[in-house]
Design a protein around this ligand. Sequence first.
Ligand code: ADP
Length: 333
Amino acid sequence: AVVRPDPESEAELAFEGALRPSSLEEFVGQQKVRRQLQLLLEAASLQNRSPDHILLAGPPGLGKTTLAMIVAHEGARPLRMTSGPAIQHAGDLAAVLSSLVPGEVLFVDEIHRMARSAEEMLYLAMEDFRVDIMVGKGAGATSIPLELAPFTLVGATTRSGLLPNPLRDRFGFTAHLEFYEPEELLRVITRAAALLRFEIGQDALTEISGRSRGTPRIANRLLRRVRDFALVNGGPADRDAVQAALELYDVDDWGLDRLDRAVLTAIVDRFAGGPVGLSTLAVSVGEEAETIEAVVEPFLVRTGLLSRTPRGRVATPRAWQHLGRRPEPTALD
Ligand code: ADP
């Protein structure tokens, strides 16, 4: 699974669950997407039918799972959650689909990692609420059509480019989630601190929101680390505590973490600033190419530290500066 390198312990997951907004109204930011979803849900409810299938695309931690839960919650619909990697055969999908109750919301996280054979079954299910189940083998094999209850598929992906067109086309609505502005993250963690009854200064919250990679999940986690820090050290949760805690967890002034910096450092130090191909880069930092592409790069691109060119990844002058290095003079200088 594509997750940040920090462990997804039970405690982290329970903590995330406790902070999830349960309505579109409470969901911070992504205003356009929220209004689009609102319209889609209202139209469905007026017509007394299941909302159209929804695809949510964007880097991890921006609220895809939360939105899927909101879609179910706002329509008072049951929710079933699964993920692409859990669907390795068409049969796995058939089992899920055939057990849905009418109007259920089916959330498939990392939908781009589902087995090919299941994808094909899904096309028909999304379009006609029907699947063809293959029975028997070889010449004696027949397919038996099976009617499904109407449902709403909510797919999430960090890599919408990897979805085959026929699948992408079957979603009535695709939302591309964007990184959040610091002011928006400030709202996310101000709410979280209140829910946690954690007394923390305004400037400390501001500091956290500026160093969270534009990502609510990271902002909430940093808030928790700062709470730990204040608890253990017995001091106030102020800006100094934030700085000390973030230093301890290797988060720098711009919110880059260890892996972000490892990627930039590799490009600059080992490949003279690039261009370097994704797979070479991945090997050189000891990470999966998919993680680099879906998790690390979007934020580096968005902060202007990295550019993706047809010939490979290039560190921008800003990246050299951030790492405290000077680009080698080239023949052109
Ligand atoms: P994804 O599925 O995209 O990886 P999640 O939906 O699991 O992300 O969100 C991660 C965490 O961030 C959750 O704890 C959630 O409460 C919080 N979060 C995400 N988006 C928002 C938002 N817009 N407003 C408030 N909290 C958010």
